[in-house]
Design a protein around this ligand. Structure first.
Ligand code: GUN
Ligand code: ZN
Length: 434
């Protein structure tokens, strides 16, 4: 080990598996040490065991009383919607028409896109989110602006240009040919540049022609390690509209399936109004449902069915969906996820929710071994959680009897104030002001 080794002393929390299906999944060290060098994890474990391995003179950052965990992973979020978060509407389609489309129009301007991207990235980091799968707008320059700012900060981000060639205002439309050309250019420019990764991003079936979706599917085959992200079965009016637009498809999900858009690294937001045949197809293709509880409650879209997802072994991950979602915080998102589970008789353990927000997200993105836990060699993206961040959380934390209760209290009472610091590739990128 060389002199650039950094060490962090705190309680350590990470996962080697999904605690819902493995009793030994949670890794917890009450007095732990995380050792980092050159932006990567060297070791994580008990303080007393690891401290003798540190090079002479290595500084140990003292975060005792706090919990170090992997950075959160938000698998579905829209950076151009930052400014319309919390805008009232009577459901998804009026919300898109009244707020989303007018605000996205402004991202034809590079300076506007850059300013919003900077604010958005700072907000993610303030909330402890170090990786996200991000929608840009129809404008290629909105993607260049986003990746430029993310690359300058050396963050691991996934993003893509929205494809939409019909059923939206003229000023937001591309064409099948221009969308395929722009997407291919952007993939070549940004995919695997530093820590940036590209997502082919048809907005949703109602705003894409069959031709556009087929070209997106061809790109997904041509570039198999890129991501695909879209929306599916979010709202009953939307589902009825898709049935009219694509009368030959067996289901909404089938519209995408027939165009070659279901595979590993394909992220389908919402997945509320699926049937079991759809869920089985998600499982068979290793496509991932990105569950967006704050958005689904806010827009009145519906309740995600966890029991059905688990029964059919449909891969799931956790997401904010800002600006339909009402918080950047993955802790707040866990809070609402838990309540959605309760409404269908499911009890989601806090450890499962923290898994979903960390290693589960990494697995959904096929990035296990790169991010998501503290295995040696992983990128050192981590957060420092403060169980005493507010008077109420401190009071509750003082009387918790187990790790599960402590994590549950953080999920129910926590928000951006619970993130004392955020590190990306071993560099402190956010420190909460006292
Ligand atoms: N469906 C199509 N576009 C959107 C969007 O921007 N947000 C949400 N929540 N659903 C969508
Ligand atoms: Zn969305």
């Amino acid at each position: 080990m060389t002199s650039h080794v950094q060490a962090y002393r705190a309680s350590l929390l990470h996962f080697r598996n999904d605690p819902a299906f493995d009793d030994d999944a949670t890794l917890w060290h009450t007095d732990g040490l995380l050792i980092v060098a050159a932006g990567k994890v060297v070791a994580a474990g008990n303080y007393s065991k690891l401290v003798p391995t540190l090079p002479a003179g290595c500084e140990v950052h003292d975060y005792r009383g706090k919990i170090i965990a992997p950075g959160f992973i938000d698998t579905h979020v829209h950076y151009p919607q930052t400014d319309i978060i919390g805008s009232p509407a009577s459901g998804l389609l009026p919300w898109l028409n009244t707020y989303t489309f007018p605000t996205e129009r402004r991202f034809g301007s590079n300076s506007h896109a850059t300013e919003v991207a900077d604010f958005f990235l700072a907000e993610l980091l303030r909330n402890g989110t170090t990786t996200a799968a991000v929608y840009c707008t129809v404008h290629p320059q909105s993607v260049d602006a986003f990746f430029s700012r993310s690359h300058a900060r050396n963050l691991r981000m996934i993003a893509g240009k929205v494809l939409m060639d019909r059923n939206a205002p003229e000023f937001l439309l591309d064409t099948p040919e221009s969308s395929a050309r722009d997407t291919a250019d952007l993939i070549r420019r940004w995919h695997n540049k530093g820590r940036q990764l590209y997502a082919i991003t048809p907005r949703f079936a109602p705003t894409s022609s069959d031709e556009q979706l087929k070209l997106a599917g061809e790109l997904a085959t041509q570039y198999p390690d890129t991501y695909i992200q879209t929306h599916v079965a979010e709202n009953t009016d939307e589902v009825a509209w898709v049935k009219q637009l694509f009368p030959d498809a067996r289901s909404y999900l089938d519209v995408y399936d027939r165009c070659g858009l279901m595979r590993e690294r394909a992220l389908f937001a919402h997945c509320i109004w699926l049937d079991d045949a759809d869920r089985a197809r998600m499982a068979a293709t290793r496509s991932v449902a990105t569950v967006c509880p704050t958005s689904n409650l806010f827009l009145g879209s519906g309740l995600f069915d966890f029991a059905a997802a688990d029964r059919l072994q449909m891969p799931v991950s956790l997401a904010t969906d800002v600006g339909g979602g009402t918080s950047f915080s993955m802790l707040v998102t866990m809070n609402e996820l838990y309540k959605v589970g309760r409404m269908s008789g499911v009890h989601l353990a806090a450890q499962r929710m923290f898994y979903m927000a960390t290693l589960g997200g990494a697995r959904a993105l096929q990035l296990e071994g790169t991010i998501g836990n503290f295995s040696a060699g992983c990128e050192a993206d981590f957060i420092v959680l403060d169980p005493k961040a507010t008077p109420l959380l401190a009071r509750r934390s003082a009387t918790t009897d187990s790790l599960e209760e402590q994590l549950f209290a953080l999920a129910m009472l926590g928000d951006d104030r619970s993130i004392a610091a955020t590190y990306s590739a071993g560099v402190c990128v956010h420190a909460r002001q006292p």
